[in-house]
Design a protein around this ligand. Structure first.
Ligand code: ADP
Ligand code: MG
Length: 381
């Protein structure tokens, strides 16, 4: 039996912008929403019907959340698996703790890619200094990544040789790490896949992503430099990865296209993703609505891209002028641009590198979307 709009209450662990956009989508369908987040002024807590202000491992608060909700999801990757397990004893939890645990650990994630038959970068798992000697030469130069808790390029070191590898492993605190061979990237892609508890699967059109300083800057759809065969391959791979996890909900899978044309999977996030924000204005069903549908047991309609789109992340840097003085970006100017759709997350304090919002610029053609996105960039400086 699906949890029907107008009746059920949906809960979300985490109160950041992803939670906020999830709540907006759920409320538009008529669900009530409860957010659990310790932060008084969380972006999602501000828009939910209820905000439980407590730690994610506060057993009492989790019980309170379970009592108020019919189903619960998470908006951040590092939600403690124990919290999901406690909630799952009495409520629908999507995605489940076991799938989330795989995504939280790069070593387990890579093992899952191997098991799914989807190629990833050659790698070695380092669980202590004793493992350093066994690293094959072929993995250098490489990138050392902490197995857990990395994001936006944090918890990573590029290493050219064994001396740098040892130093980087020390610097990262000798925690469990994965060393990956440095690959010659042509471009980066990601794919959203949604899967229901009954096994129905839908994938979205492939996103082409540009990062700056380790943070996503621009997403373009349709992916301008990716042919139809590779798009189909990426979508099939993402669907296989989700199915192998028994995944329920929206999963985002990141890929590299190498200079020799090969497609390689990089990592995955067990939730809607920054690179999927384009779906809010360019598709007939957004990634957040899809998350609602999946956890509620509703039909996952095949998503349709109705407009070419360029998504621009709006980082806190835009709130400062060249001299470091705080300023208000020219939103009125931006909103005068055809096809420009503004999404701000309600964060009161702007900081460099902080995700404050995003702008989707849609067009009748990819060129039109790109031209208008350029105009927006010029206005925002
Ligand atoms: P994060 O969790 O910070 O997003 P990623 O594993 O996606 O971590 O790495 C961040 C970025 O570093 C990637 O988007 C890509 O540009 C680059 N990168 C990561 N792994 C490799 C690799 N094996 N070879 C080349 N570049 C890589
Ligand atoms: Mg990444």
């Amino acid at each position: 039996m699906p949890l029907l709009p107008g009746h059920a209450t949906l809960g979300v662990l985490g109160g950041g912008q992803l939670g906020r956009m999830f709540v907006h989508a759920a409320q538009a369908l008529g669900y009530r929403c409860v957010v659990l987040d310790p932060d008084e002024s969380s972006p999602a807590g501000a828009v939910a019907h209820d905000h439980v202000r407590a730690d994610y491992l506060d057993a009492q608060a989790l019980e309170d959340l379970a009592r108020r909700c019919d189903a619960i999801t998470t908006e951040f990757e590092n939600v403690p698996a124990r919290a999901l397990e406690q909630l799952a004893r009495t409520r629908v939890v999507a995605p489940g703790a076991a799938a989330v645990a795989v995504c939280q650990d790069r070593a387990r994630e890579k093992a899952h890619f191997d098991a799914s038959g989807v190629p990833c970068a050659p790698y070695a798992v380092l669980r202590g200094t004793a493992d350093l000697a066994a690293v094959p030469d072929t993995l250098l130069p490489g990138i050392l990544k902490t197995a857990r808790l990395g994001y936006d390029g944090k918890g990573q070191r590029r290493v050219a040789d064994r001396a740098q590898l040892t130093a980087a492993f020390d610097e990262l605190g000798r925690v469990d790490c994965v060393l990956e061979q440095m690959l010659p990237l042509a471009l980066e892609l990601s794919v959203l896949v949604a899967r229901g508890a009954d096994g129905q699967v839908q994938t979205y059109p492939v996103q082409q992503n540009l990062h700056r300083d380790g943070i996503l800057a621009v997403t373009e759809v349709p992916a301008p430099q990716v042919d139809a065969a590779m798009q189909a391959q990426a979508r099939q791979s993402a669907a296989a990865i989700a199915a192998g996890l028994g995944y329920v909900g929206v999963l985002c899978v990141e890929f590299f296209v190498l200079k020799d044309g090969r497609l390689v999977v990089n990592e995955m996030a067990p939730r809607p993703h920054n690179s999927g924000h384009y779906t809010m204005d360019a598709c007939d069903v957004s990634q957040f609505e899809m998350q609602v549908r999946a956890m509620a047991g509703l039909p996952l309609r095949e998503p349709r891209l109705h407009s070419p789109v360029v998504m621009l992340n709006l980082l806190g840097d835009l709130w400062f002028d060249a001299d470091g003085r705080e300023r208000a970006p020219d939103w009125a100017g931006v909103l005068a641009i055809p096809g420009a759709e503004l999404h701000l997350y309600g964060k009161t304090e702007a900081r460099h590198g902080r995700k404050m919002g995003h702008l989707n610029v849609i067009g009748a053609s990819a060129d039109e979307a790109r031209d208008n996105a350029r105009r927006a960039c010029a206005l925002l400086g």
